[in-house]
Design a binder for this molecule. Structure first.
Ligand code: NAI
Ligand code: MG
Length: 495
């Protein structure tokens, strides 16, 4: 079976996108990198170069920040009414829906995920995010504070300014939406740096941003590597805020880089989320849920349910159920309609995941199913259920970011909670039970930004998402995200 995608299988706009080198979007114009350099984007199903993209660096970041600063301070954007701003954001959501197929294809080609998944998840969720945030543009309000009859005092919520946004490759378009939505709703301007593995959908999004009618410089997209373009953006003295999603390791570098001008920072980082199954749970929905919690997006989710805690009496049943689900998964290229799991995003990620598998086995873990890289080309790895794992093992402590779950039995609920919370991360968790009070008690005890009850990976633009502990700072989506894109100004007048 050939895993290469022919241009005949592509939408014409997508074929054009991968057919010639892509420029960056700065100040409303399509420009080459100042250095003239480009870098390759690979098709993870084959490992072959699929497209060439402008390789932005410090100079391009400088140009983009300058454009974003000018757009923030002068011209159409700051003089626009909130309602006009909301309309532009709504229009962008509509354009994403209109161009769903092109965006889904680019996402599948660049990231490897099944095209069918990109069509029903990544792209519609991105459109929803903009539609949701469009409504907030007109609802950003301050307060009057009647602390004394001698004074009139009020607060204003003002846009924070020029925002640098650095996003990862696991949901390239959706992460761009999560970041851009609240920034635009509050009236900020943006320099967005997509991940080097998956730059294409952000560039098509920039075309749609121009088509929607956003003024030049409001959104700039600089493609390039993290260590160069990303680092320059994080350190830039004229950037007011940096918003980052990615590894905890780079999150810490962002904090250091931001210290130079004390820019505001929000971070959405790694996770090692506990997925807790009680013996009284509905068995079939739990098995399906525990399986998709780890295998959705090939486990490349910051909130993946990667530590599966199962009450002892149900352990064998749930483990074999999840293993059966894993066996049903059809691994293949994203464009194949039969594929339910594509390749990992990159060779680097494949190697990371395979190293974790080996580390697990060398520490005594066993795979009930999977456990290997798939032979042949492309970055495919088998969905894996590991047992005989314990909290001291690397595979239980560290984020694998692949389709690998560690299943562990429990008997005592207090010990379980302690073990579930014994992690440097605190992004998400879930509990499966028919006992409603137990469900909410566990939800309260988990030190995590999201807890799902009898479900997993349920996202909505209205639900805040983010981490405790080393899973991050701040929240994305929902009303909470807007506050992190504004400054509060207190105005106090003597009467
Ligand atoms: P990464 O953290 O290196 O990359 C994420 C983004 O940060 C990319 O846009 C990259 O270009 C940029 N970046 C990298 N180094 C930078 C620097 N020094 N300054 C500024 N920006 C920089 O993540 P990577 O290497 O792609 O994946 C490694 C691991 O990170 C994964 O295995 C996974 O565990 C975790 N990860 C977590 C994600 C999440 O959603 N929380 C998303 C992607 C990765
Ligand atoms: Mg990295």
């Amino acid at each position: 079976m050939s895993t290469a995608v022919s241009t005949a299988q592509m939408h014409s706009r997508v074929a054009d996108f991968v057919g010639r080198p892509r420029k960056m979007f700065i100040n409303g114009k399509w420009v080459e990198a100042a250095s003239g350099k480009t870098f390759p984007s690979y098709n993870p199903a084959t490992g072959e170069v699929m497209a060439q993209v402008a390789e932005g660096d410090r100079e391009d970041i400088n140009r983009a920040v300058k454009a974003a600063r000018a757009a923030f301070e002068t011209g159409a954007w700051p003089s626009m009414s909130a309602s006009q701003r909301g309309r532009l954001i709504w229009k962008l959501g509509d354009l994403i829906e209109e161009h769903l197929e092109e965006l889904a294809q680019l996402e599948s080609l660049d990231n490897g995920k099944p095209l069918a998944v990109a069509r029903v998840a990544d792209v519609p969720l991105a459109a929803d995010l903009f539609h949701y945030m469009a409504g907030w543009a007109t609802k950003i309000e301050g307060n009057t504070i009647p602390f004394s009859p001698k004074y009139f005092a009020y607060t204003r919520r003002e846009p924070i300014g020029v925002v640098g946004q650095i996003i990862p490759w696991n949901f390239p378009l959706l992460m761009a939406a999560w970041k851009l939505g609240p920034a635009l709703a509050t009236g900020c301007t943006v320099v967005l740096k997509p991940a080097e593995q998956t730059p294409l959908s952000a560039l098509l999004l920039a075309e749609l941003i121009a088509e929607a009618g956003f003024p030049a410089g409001v959104v700039n997209v600089v493609t390039g590597y993290g260590e160069t373009a990303g680092a320059a953006l994080a350190a830039h003295p004229d950037v007011d805020k940096i918003a980052f999603t990615g590894s905890t390791e780079v999150g810490k570098l962002i904090v250091q880089a931001a210290a130079g001008n004390l820019k505001k920072v929000t971070l959405e980082l790694g996770g090692k989320s506990p997925n807790i199954v009680f013996a009284d749970a509905d068995i079939s929905s739990t098995i399906a849920g525990a399986s998709s919690a780890i295998f959705f997006n090939h486990g490349q989710c910051c909130c993946a349910g990667s530590r599966l805690y199962i009450e002892q009496s149900m352990f064998d049943k749930v483990v074999s159920g999840v293993a059966d689900e894993a066996k049903k998964i059809k691994i293949g290229p994203g464009f194949d309609p039969d594929t339910s799991m594509g390749p990992l995003v990159s060779e680097e990620q494949l190697n990371r995941v395979c190293n974790y598998l080996e580390s697990g086995f060398s520490e005594g873990a066993e795979a009930v199913v999977g456990g290997h890289k798939r032979a042949g080309s492309g970055y495919f790895v088998e969905p894996t259920v590991m047992v005989k794992t314990n909290p001291s093992m690397k595979v239980v402590r560290e984020e694998i970011f692949g389709p690998v779950v560690c299943a562990m039995p429990f008997t005592d609920i207090d010990k379980l909670i302690a073990e579930a919370n014994q992690s440097e991360y605190g992004l998400a968790g879930a509990v499966w039970t028919r006992d409603i009070s137990k469900a909410h008690r566990v939800a309260e005890k988990l030190r995590a930004g999201t807890v799902w009850i009898n479900c997993y990976n349920v996202f909505d633009a209205s639900l805040p998402f983010g981490g405790y502990k080393q899973s991050g700072w701040g929240r994305e989506m929902g009303h909470e995200s807007l506050e992190l894109y504004t400054e509060v100004k207190t105005v106090c007048a003597q009467l």
